[in-house]
Design a binder for this molecule. Structure first.
Ligand code: ATP
Ligand code: MG
Length: 260
């Protein structure tokens, strides 16, 4: 497997070579000794401290850990919303940790679909328009855009609610609009930070059932949760504590929870 020996410094050619190897091995996410350090006065906070993770195409991974352990910080790094203080991050073979803001925004738009705890939908726009937005940013022509947005809404079973605004939808339907928006660009990876955190138990189950289906259709999913019940849907759980990977374990099929 493509890797780096401890203490090895790579030339730019070796870095590119490593990216190609990772991609050929089907590895969508690879971090090498990743750090995010915040300076607060004279204090250094290592929110992420030396994380090495490997996530392959088609995996379904849950990230768990106590409050303040660095889950959101790690997700923001993986999602190219933030840059690491130290270390390498390859997204789909490209070295994201080396990118400037505009390049990072471009790769984020192309490769990443985000789902947030509080949906983050435009209140005054229809479901269809909310889902269209990433395609407007990507510069896609109107007709194609509407077609793609409708497909994404159909994929989350919301064909009949396309013209509803967020306040005319239930919580689960709102989250499904947000998931359609995350999928509309056909991203390499779907990232969700506490996607059921704002939902009641029954609606949370409905959303987890949808993630399961999206995974079975070939999507790569990484979700953050602090609920063991939710993590039990994933096929692998990465436990984070104090900014470090504490445990990384496969969930045996017999232990998996399914709502499908
Ligand atoms: N912008 C920032 N500046 C300084 N410290 C920060 C900043 N963002 C996060 N931190 C600190 O980094 C650590 C990790 O925060 P993070 O938000 O990643 O935790 P989390 O695991 O997502 O927690 P939760 O489960 O509560 O959402 C915390 O100790 C937090 O106080
Ligand atoms: Mg968090």
């Amino acid at each position: 497997m493509a890797t780096i020996a401890p203490g090895q410094e790579l030339t730019s050619q070796q870095r590119e070579e490593l990216g190609r190897e990772l991609q050929s091995e089907g590895i969508v996410i690879r971090t090498f000794d990743l750090w995010k350090t915040y300076i607060m006065g004279d204090q250094e906070i290592h929110a992420v401290s030396g994380v090495d993770i490997v996530i392959r195409r088609g995996e379904y991974v849950a990230i768990m850990g106590p409050s303040g352990s660095g889950k959101s910080t790690l997700m923001n790094l993986i999602g190219c919303l933030d840059t690491p203080t130290k270390g390498l991050y390859y997204l789909n073979g490209k070295l994201a940790s080396d990118m400037e803001d505009d390049e990072l925004a471009r790769i984020r738009n192309k490769e990443i679909g985000f789902v947030f705890q509080t949906f983050n939908l435009l209140a005054r726009a229809s479901a269809l328009h909310n889902v269209e937005l990433p395609l407007i940013y990507a510069g896609m022509p109107t007709e194609e855009r509407i077609e793609r947005a409708k497909q994404a809404l159909t994929a989350v079973d919301l064909t009949s609610r396309m013209y509803h605004k967020p306040n005319e939808l239930s919580g689960g339907q709102r989250q499904r609009v947000a998931i359609a928006r995350a999928l509309v660009n056909h991203p390499s990876i779907l990232l969700a930070d506490e996607p059921t955190g704002a939902l009641d138990t029954a609606t949370g189950k409905e959303i987890m059932g949808l993630f399961e289906r999206l995974h079975s259709e070939g999507n790569t999913i990484v979700l953050v949760t602090h609920e063991p019940d939710i993590a039990a849907h994933a096929h692998r759980v990465i436990h984070i504590r104090d900014g470090k990977v504490e445990r990384d374990e496969a969930v045996p099929e017999s232990d998996r929870v399914s709502f499908r």
